[in-house]
Design a protein around this ligand. Sequence first.
Ligand code: HEC
Length: 142
Amino acid sequence: MKTRQKLITLLMTAVVAVVFILGSAASAQQAKAKPWPVPDKDKAIKAAVKMNDAGVISTGKESWAKNCKSCHGAKGMGDGPKAASLKTHPGDFAGAAFQGQTDGEIYFKTCKGRDEMPAYEKKIADVNERWALVAYMRTFKK
Ligand code: HEC
């Protein structure tokens, strides 16, 4: 009888440990974004603003702080205060994979959104402000 009780206690401890380990592994997991194909015609769209204009970049910076920083972080590293609670990592905007995209691709993704990434076509109604954001995101390049 005594050995049986010991065995049950041991088994229950093991079950609790396994549940705990699996649980913490699941919460620590944040998926890397899946490929996000952009139609060729949208890739080729040219900016409606001057990309290296100081005024444009400062408009973009202001809008970034208001709309994007909470998830993407001040420098686009995907480390804003909301980032940790997202299922998908918002990405590293300084790296070659992001900066290698055309202006049109970055603009398209900003406008259309996907899953946790909001669509800004209507939220930011001013076309020039959306393009200013693209210009600002170019300043993250290392
Ligand atoms: C609620 C959090 C959140 C906010 C706010 C947010 N984003 Fe995102 N963003 C994400 C996530 C998550 C992804 C990755 C989505 C995916 O690939 O499915 C993403 C992806 C992107 C991408 C594509 C990245 C790539 O690697 O090609 C761009 C561009 C982008 N965001 C721009 C912006 C801009 C500009 C703003 C502000 C106007 C903004 N985001 C606001 C969460 C957010």
